[in-house]
Write a protein that binds this ligand. Structure first.
Ligand code: SF4
Length: 253
């Protein structure tokens, strides 16, 4: 599993000076991850982007009055129902397939004025928390401009980072939408095919912990998956004390 950081090192291997830039960028990410705090100015994004090709796919798109962000194609899961694993990368006629991950400044440029939207949503095709600290830097800057920020996530950030990252969300994220997708681990593993062991328990634990730091937490489940009991999924959300939403396959929400 490769959370935020390591991919930057590979992208700039061809040029010594450029690699130094990326190594400095990488070390800043680690400083943020290790300190549990966000510096106000990340500051290296423009230098990094100068040595990379264009992202290629769509970075932001507008639906339902919201601005959705596509910041990575990497995932912690290999969902059997995922459009990208079924050869479909398009949303509204535009490809979501990224040649590389956009920098924080490129993502902010793609959003423009955040006050035009009801919500800014970190979404897919990919798991945004694999770039958690870039996401939080962007979220912090957007919220300072009056935006409401939601992250659509698989809820596996604590498992990936190896520690509880939920306190880092406080005052940066207004809402979390966490994919539950099944009422038990066996079904979850069948449909979502996690790359890491213990995923189902970890996502439930993340939802419980995130409740203390994010005002609006929702578990979601797709109701057409074989064996999935939507009422049982809603019951799990109620037990944890968060909201529940039934979602529709292939509909961005
Ligand atoms: S989490 Fe989303 S993008 Fe990732 S594999 Fe599952 S459906 Fe696809």
């Amino acid at each position: 599993m490769e959370p935020e950081g390591d991919h930057h090192r590979r992208e700039c291997r061809s040029h010594k000076r450029r690699r130094e830039v990326c190594d400095r960028h990488l070390s800043l990410i680690y400083i943020k991850a290790n300190s549990y705090r966000l510096p106000l100015d990340f500051g290296m994004s423009n230098k990094l982007s100068s040595c990379l090709e264009a992202p290629g796919g769509v970075v932001s798109y507008v639906l339902h009055g919201n601005c959705y962000l596509n910041i990575t194609n990497r995932c912690t899961l290999r969902c059997s129902f995922c459009p990208k694993f079924n050869g479909m990368w398009e949303v509204q006629g535009s490809t979501m397939r990224l040649r590389r991950e956009p920098t924080a400044d490129e993502i902010l440029d793609a959003i423009g004025d955040p006050r035009r939207y009801s919500e800014i949503v970190f979404c897919g095709l990919g798991e945004p928390t694999l770039r958690l600290y870039t996401s939080l830097e962007i979220a912090s800057r957007l919220r300072a401009r009056g935006a409401r920020v939601r992250i659509n996530t698989d809820g596996l950030a604590n498992l990936v980072y190896g520690r509880d990252v939920s306190p880092d969300l406080e005052d940066n994220v207004d809402a979390l939408s966490i994919s539950l997708n099944a009422q038990n681990e066996v079904l979850y593993n069948r449909h979502c095919r996690p790359k890491l062991a213990g995923a189902y328990g970890s996502l439930l634990d993340f939802a419980r912990r995130a409740r203390d730091f994010v005002p609006d937490v929702t578990l979601t489940a797709i109701d057409v998956l074989a064996g999935v009991d939507i009422n049982a999924c809603a019951g799990i959300a109620a037990d944890i004390g968060v909201k529940f939403r039934r979602s529709v396959l292939d509909e961005v929400g």
